[in-house]
Design a binder for this molecule. Structure first.
Ligand code: ZN
Length: 423
């Protein structure tokens, strides 16, 4: 995942344009991604797909002809979606188009102007303060024309048509935690799940934030009733602890699942209530859809100082953190895949487990007594009303123990699957 992030880092992405196409082409080497192109001017709900933005070069030259700000060194230097310009400007005018961060003098901020036509540059505050009162050559070789909004989608059919939606945004230039970490983690989840026998169908979306999810929702409204669980992937590579932002419903199966996984992870974590601010969960959770979409991240957006600055780079994201986030996502998927309801086939008093060799079955395990306890919990609560996750929560045991006990009991004919109706 880290190597893929290194490969994607230099590309100048935006909500539209060739940077997104190049990114999706690289991801398509790992997973069979379908790429969709939606024309500028397309109406999607209350929005319109914007003009396509592309950039080739940009710089500011001083009076000696030296490039003092250069897009080729760092693509954050240009205001994302900047209109083209090629002329001399005085410092006072130039300053109206410069963005810096006084609180972090050496970092370059990331700024965009998607919905207002403007030109501009971003630079370190220390450099901005040192600019002499003189004339500067400003040059931005960009285009803002009718074109397309590009997004990627990968659908993986499972045994059921019910879906788990995993969505990540593709629109950030050279920024790692927000959001190359999400792109690489989603790609590797898709890659691994492709090789697995799955109960749910999985849909992976690689979309520009806001306008991308609005566009996808507008084009796929008939599919939405199939979405039973969903996660928005963002900020999964920093060294901070995991955070889960709940769905708008607040009590969806995905909420219970992620909270269970984090509670039994042995690590500190945070739970955040839903708010209509953040990433694309805002659109998925609008009242007309109210999809069960949570967001599982490490440090949430805006809560780390490096957020939307040049310091959110390859040093800020750690391979270990990416791996840890990946294992949490896989643990969540494992619970959702196996969270079914069962019926005890011998509900009048306990079946005799010793006679069936079930007590000695866990003899080699360190927590043999907990597995034995799990057998009793599963038998007692498998009356068709409680899912395995309900039983895990009620017993205080990790889901994996309950799941393993279930498969042993089912193997001895003591459980049958109840018809699970999705809420
Ligand atoms: Zn962002």
């Amino acid at each position: 995942m880290y190597q893929l992030m290194e490969e994607l880092y230099p590309i100048c992405r935006s909500i539209t344009g060739d940077g997104v196409r190049e990114t999706l082409q690289i991801l398509a080497k790992h997973i069979p991604l379908n790429v969709y192109e939606v024309p500028s001017g397309t109406h999607v709900f209350d929005w319109v797909v914007p003009k396509e933005w592309n950039i080739r070069d940009a710089y500011i030259k001083n009076a000696k002809g030296e490039k003092i700000v250069d897009f080729q060194n760092l693509n954050l230097h240009v205001l994302n979606y900047s209109t083209p310009i090629n002329r001399k400007v005085k410092l006072t005018e130039l300053k109206e188009h410069l963005f810096s961060l006084p609180e972090h003098e050496d970092w370059v901020p990331h700024r965009n102007s998607y919905y207002r036509e403007e030109w501009g540059f971003c630079l370190a505050h220390r450099q901005l303060k040192s600019l002499m009162d003189a004339e500067y050559d400003v040059f931005i070789d960009s285009s803002l024309e009718d074109g397309y909004l590009t997004y990627g989608e990968y659908f993986l059919q499972g045994e059921e048509d019910n879906e788990f939606l995993i969505s990540t945004h593709t629109c950030h230039p050279s920024l790692c935690n927000d959001n190359l970490s999400g792109l690489v983690l989603t790609t590797y989840l898709a890659k691994v799940l492709t090789k697995m026998q799955l109960r749910y169908s999985y849909r992976f979306l690689f979309i520009p934030s806001t306008i991308g999810s609005i566009t996808w929702l507008g084009r796929n409204e008939e599919k939405l009733s199939k979405i039973k669980h969903g996660l928005v992937v963002a900020c999964v590579g920093d060294p901070g602890k995991m955070h889960y932002k709940k769905t708008r419903r607040g009590d969806a199966e995905i909420d219970k699942t992620v909270e269970h996984v984090l509670k039994h992870s042995g690590q500190d974590y945070g739970i955040l209530e839903f708010s209509p601010y953040g990433y694309d969960e805002r659109q998925y959770s609008s009242p007309g859809f109210n999809l069960p979409m949570g967001s599982l991240s490490r440090t949430p957006h805006g809560r780390f100082p490096e957020y939307h600055t040049s310091a959110d780079n390859l040093d800020f994201v750690k391979a270990d953190s990416l791996a840890d986030s990946y294992s949490k996502y896989m643990a969540v998927i494992d619970v959702v895949e196996h969270n079914k309801k069962y019926l005890n086939t011998n509900p009048k008093c306990e079946p005799q487990l010793g006679r069936r060799g079930l007590y000695s079955m866990f003899g080699g395990k360190r927590d043999a007594n907990l597995y034995e306890l799990a057998l009793l919990w599963v038998l007692n609560f498998s009356d068709g009303n409680f899912s395995l996750l309900d039983i895990a929560e009620r017993s205080g045991l990790p889901f994996s123990y309950i799941n393993e006990a279930t498969s042993k009991l089912a193997g001895h004919g003591l459980l049958t699957e109840a018809n699970l109706k999705h809420a």
